[in-house]
Ligand binder design. Sequence first.
Ligand SMILES: C[S@@+](CC[C@H](N)C(=O)[O-])C[C@H]1O[C@@H](n2cnc3c(N)ncnc32)[C@H](O)[C@@H]1O
Length: 581
Amino acid sequence: MSLYFDAVNILTEPASGGSFKSRIYSARNLRATPAQIYALIIETSKWDRVLAEVIDRSDLLNLERKLSPLLALLLVHDHLIAKKGISAPTSHPLRQAVERHKVRLKAEFTKSRVRRGCASIEQFKTAVLREKREADGSDGFVYPRWVRVNNIRSSLEEQLKTTFASYRRVESLAELAPEGDDRTARQLLYLDPHIPDLVAVPYGADFTSSTAYKNGEIILQDKASCFPAYLLLGDRGPKDAWQGDLVDGCAAPGNKTTHLASLLAKQQTHHKRQKKQVFCMDASRVRSKTLQKMVSLAGADQTVTVLPGQDFLALDPMDERFEKVTGLLLDPSCSGSGIIGRDDVPQFTLPKAATSYAPNTQGKKRKRQANDTDESGEQRSKGKASDVKPSSDPADENDIPTGEVDQDRLIKLSNLQTRIMEHALSFPHATHVTYSTCSIHLIENESVVQRILASDVAKEGGWRLLRRDEQPEGMRKWTHRGVRRDRDPETKAEIESSSLSVDDLSEEDLDACVRCWSGDAEGLGGFFVAGFVRDPQFASEVTETKSKAKHAVVQDKQEEQEQDEEEEEEEEDDDWEGFSD
Ligand SMILES: C[S@@+](CC[C@H](N)C(=O)[O-])C[C@H]1O[C@@H](n2cnc3c(N)ncnc32)[C@H](O)[C@@H]1O
């Protein structure tokens, strides 16, 4: 019986960090084996809708008051579906509480199958799974595992021949969706058409024990998180390699930094030794340790200098160390509202509790709360050096969203993001800067862009947005672009009542901004990125306009002064009461 109590405890305790499976395997005080508990929970979750129906119709919970809804679901699963039945001595009171009703339970289970027009248990299982996916909205929704090949240590060709040798290429992301009851990873691979060296595999694929992963040849990084470095360095090769140094100002845990280094490696010819070219930093000392480990694991120590605990805003753009900096990538802290919960804890439809049963949390559908857990990168990086793995989870990069929109916090974030960007634009030799967030809110995205473009530093430096037609090929092809008003994250429809709008941005500006949304066929969370470029022509136009304006002001002032003097003279004349006729 301990198996069922262990499963109930696992499902009802507050979630701590890590995947659901790893939480079971690292849980203490379990009496059953983790494998047994995991299998029971996963199998029961496939049948929950039917089991809840059977339990309700047979009135089990009103007849057996000792059973909680969740415990009943697990026990009835094993009673009706597991080959060996309930895993407890026949004399155990809870086993008896279920088996006393075996005729009724069996009859309701059969009726449930017949109602769905299924002739066999297999057909029944497939129908029930389809029903479950339709009900939870996950039907047709693909959220793959994204894998970036690190060009410092390997190449896409090499990885296709080794790590992915047994994988079959598919032509669409949709083919990575689980089929039937197959929620486990199948060996399928999709080459991303937008980001070079990025592949997608079914979500359950686990590379953490693969040599390629341990050696930093592959990095588990979400597709959207690859946009900023690609937008900055693009499809350059040895012939048109990036000139100058780069800064990643908000870099931990280091996904985008190592991506920059990987793209630079691709541009370098083999005989040319890479010089230090990327300065990266994070204001948090603890997160900087993770950053350094990620950089080393990716083999990027030759290219990347980590400035631990460095506040980007305190960096002096005039410092001679940065005089060759031509590009900056800024991915500051944000609300994280675009991060989709990777909560892999199975969600159960439960039977109705008996009227006199006082349920604990077992009676509710569990959803992980952001503050249940301690999953910020800050906390994670407190682990041992050997714990540090290339990050795959956007939650490692950002705050975990609470689901509630705190307007004051968004305003503060937006102000800080704008300051950070204005500081980036003040690097004297910078020509390209990218700005990104994993937020869906206009106030952190297009609105920040609008504020930056309106700033003195942008106007004086001749900064404008990197137009879509100037973007690297993969980004040009990406169709989801900037929006003028906030959108409903579910329906993607504009929120008419939203008072915030970005009226100063032109249609061309919005087309320059790149958006990602969760819940569509792209397999991503919410993300935003925009590139800024210094345009000398634009600068001179601005300077010219400014100097014309200045000139006009000076002229006006001069004229004003002359007039004043004339008037004064007149007044003086008026005041002169000397000679008279
Ligand atoms: C969204 S995360 C960056 C994720 C990272 N770019 C990646 O791809 O792995 C934001 C990071 O910015 C850091 N940060 C926030 N403000 C900063 C500042 N003023 N200077 C330097 N780092 C800052 C935070 O500590 C946090 O680690």
